[in-house]
Ligand binder design. Structure first.
Ligand code: NDP
Ligand code: OXD
Length: 306
């Protein structure tokens, strides 16, 4: 069995070592143009040339949960794309969102500023019932985040494409229920995949429907957010703040207004990192299942785009 590794932004050697140890029967090499056809591929943001040269590959494993860098390429319709299914990311995402939520709710950002000035002062306790948390996307990551937020006794709402029942979460589905979901949300968490339907979904119209003093946590993709609309709503005080991990352009360019905006907290696309051991184990297990003709989880639907 031949496996081709074609990942921008990843150091190849440790991944090749891990994959070779997990699949000793396989020949695993970094892809170069003109390389022989492979049976499987492990990719992150591959060039179009890779897809064009490997149209009959049995499955392409994406080294992340989001497949938007792949779906924007021209893909043969039968090409099987497989995303990472948690692989240690959901607990990291829960940590990130709970940290951002609690930092805002308990006003720890104010205390951090007070400490710099040597100031000892208290802020009035706030009621968690007044901070309903709405999670857009109730998939692998969204449901884990919902569970973590509910543990801290915030009201939790969730919005997905298809109707769902999730313990402790008031669930909304589809475009028709989006306005009601937004109107009942104060802290909005975006955990949607980036598709033609969700591009720009965090915009002036949707964000203005959040409860006054709303807070936005975007941990999905930068292109979900219309950046200038967020700034306008922060500056008009309809929104109290935002924690942003993902951006239209990454790295966030020097001089971008988000760096210095007093109501925005920036992190460098690090909410949930791809973990090598977990990812290698998951990919190896899925390849072995495919070789035995068994079904696997995490196969991307080309029409839905996730
Ligand atoms: P899933 O595919 O498991 O879940 C996606 C969820 O979004 C599903 O509930 C789906 O609804 C919902 N959804 C999709 N399209 C729509 C729509 N048009 N309207 C309403 N709901 C919709 O994805 P994951 O939870 O694994 O990952 C989510 C995203 O998180 C990734 O695509 C990636 O962009 C981002 N991510 C970011 C990371 C970071 O470090 N910042 C790390 C990892 C991922 P339904 O259930 O009905 O299908
Ligand atoms: C992912 C990511 O999609 O790291 O996994 O953003």
């Amino acid at each position: 069995m031949k496996i081709s590794f074609c990942c921008t932004d990843f150091k190849a050697e440790p991944w090749l070592a891990g994959l070779r140890a997990a699949l000793p029967q396989a020949e695993i090499e970094v892809w170069t143009p003109g390389a022989p056809a492979a049976d499987y591929a492990v990719v992150w943001a591959p060039p179009q040339a890779f897809i064009d040269e490997q149209p009959n590959i049995k499955a392409v494993f994406n080294l992340g949960a989001g497949v938007d860098a792949l779906t924007q390429l021209k893909l043969p319709p039968q090409m099987k794309l497989v995303r990472l299914d948690d692989a240690g990311m959901s607990v990291q995402m829960a940590e990130y969102v709970v940290h951002a939520l609690i930092r805002h709710f308990r006003e720890f950002d104010h205390y951090e500023r007070d400490v710099v000035q040597g100031k000892w002062s208290y802020r009035r306790p706030r009621l968690r019932e007044e901070f309903p948390v709405g999670i857009m996307g109730l998939g692998v990551l969204g449901q884990r985040v919902a569970q973590a937020v509910a543990q801290f006794e915030f009201p939790v709402l969730g919005w997905s494409r298809s109707p769902k029942t999730v313990d402790g979460v008031r669930c909304f589905a589809g475009a028709a229920q989006l306005p009601e979901f937004l109107a009942e949300t104060k802290v909005l968490v975006c955990l949607l995949p980036l598709t033609t339907e969700t591009q720009g979904i965090l915009n002036r119209t949707t964000l203005a429907q959040l409860q006054p003093g709303g807070y936005v946590i975007n941990v999905a993709r930068g292109a979900h957010l219309v950046e200038e609309d967020l700034i306008e709503l922060l500056d008009s005080d309809h929104l109290a703040g935002a924690a942003l991990d993902v951006f239209r352009q990454e790295p966030l360019p020097a001089g971008h207004p988000f760096w210095r905006h007093p109501k925005i907290t920036v992190t460098p696309h690090t909410a949930a990192r791809t973990l090598r051991d977990e990812s290698v184990a998951q990919i190896a297990q899925k390849i072995m299942r495919l070789e035995r003709g068994e079904p696997i989880a995490g196969v991307v639907d080309h029409i839905r785009g996730y």
